[in-house]
Design a protein around this ligand. Structure first.
Ligand code: PXL
Length: 284
């Protein structure tokens, strides 16, 4: 396998098993050299903790990017998650445009909302700023709430295939090449992922385990990104990431003290095995 270098831009939540503390180990386990650009530093994530500290790093971004340009550094892929501010999204677009190597793959997880609600730090101006970043991406990984916000369609808790198709149609009409829509379930015991590419939709249902398991979106998007960079097709990568995320949730169940994230570390050996099986590689 050729050596690839990815840049991932998202926050450091010091405690809480999300964003960079999930993306960096998962991408490393996938065998990808991973550079980071922290969008903000928080003492914890914002879902369930109170009184957390936040240091927004937007103002550091231009100087960091300028230094990388001066050093001739570039990246084969980009993966963005939770960003620090709407203004920061412009800097990220500039990084996409100027720091890519070859046809650098751009994966955007518009991490800003879940279960019908924006995360506490974000407002509708942030949603507007996220739209052009998604249009600049090759692959986006929204959940249903984020897809509704990005398209202006109403968020629905109960839905059928026609609602999901409408979300995917509206995103595709914005010029987004590949949409990996997560958390799509048509039965109470089931959730899944719908992958739209070239007007074709593939659906992979998987076990629905526990409601609102925090951090699973970041685990999923990180594994998806790693699998894409290992050469899997979007649908194959989407399935592998789903299987890995379910494993992570299973390894977390039964520990009420561990409400803030999933024990993805325990499933890293299986991630490596799944990738090796899917790519026909033996070891990295
Ligand atoms: O997992 C998404 C995420 C990332 N980073 C921070 C968050 C959240 C979700 O709430 O609060 C800081």
């Amino acid at each position: 396998m050729s050596d690839l270098r990815i840049l991932t831009v998202q926050d450091i939540s010091c405690v809480g098993q999300c964003s960079l503390t999930v993306a960096l180990p998962i991408l490393s386990a996938c065998g990808i050299e991973t550079a980071i650009l922290p969008s903000a530093v928080l003492s914890t994530h914002t879902a369930g903790f109170s009184g957390y500290t936040v240091r927004d790093l937007t103002d550091d971004m231009p100087a960091i990017a300028a230094h990388w340009k001066k050093e001739g550094l570039a990246f084969d892929a980009f993966y963005t998650g939770y960003l620090g501010s709407a203004r920061q999204i412009d800097y990220v677009q500039d990084i996409f445009a100027t720091l890519g190597r070859g046809r650098a793959l751009k994966i955007v997880d518009p991490a800003m909302a879940d279960q019908g609600k924006l995360y506490p730090a974000f407002d509708l101006a942030y949603v507007e700023a996220m739209k052009p970043l998604c249009r600049a991406a090759d692959v986006i990984v929204p959940n249903i709430t984020e897809a509704a916000l990005l398209t202006g369609l109403p968020y629905r808790e109960a839905y059928d295939e026609s609602y999901v198709a409408a979300l995917l149609d509206a995103l595709e009409a914005q010029g987004i090449g590949t949409i990996v829509l997560t958390g799509v379930g048509y039965r109470p015991d089931e959730t899944g992922v719908a992958v739209r590419q070239g007007q074709k939709t593939d659906y992979y249902p998987h076990r629905y385990i526990a409601p609102g398991c925090h951090g699973t979106g970041d685990v999923y998007a990180s594994a998806l990104t790693g699998a894409l960079l290992r050469g899997l097709s979007p649908f194959e990568a989407a399935k592998l990431a789903a299987d890995f995320t379910v494993l992570c949730i299973e390894k977390t169940q039964g520990d009420p003290d561990h409400w803030y994230g999933v024990k993805f570390e325990k499933a890293i050996p299986e991630l490596i095995q799944l990738l090796d099986q899917a790519t026909g590689a033996s070891g990295l």
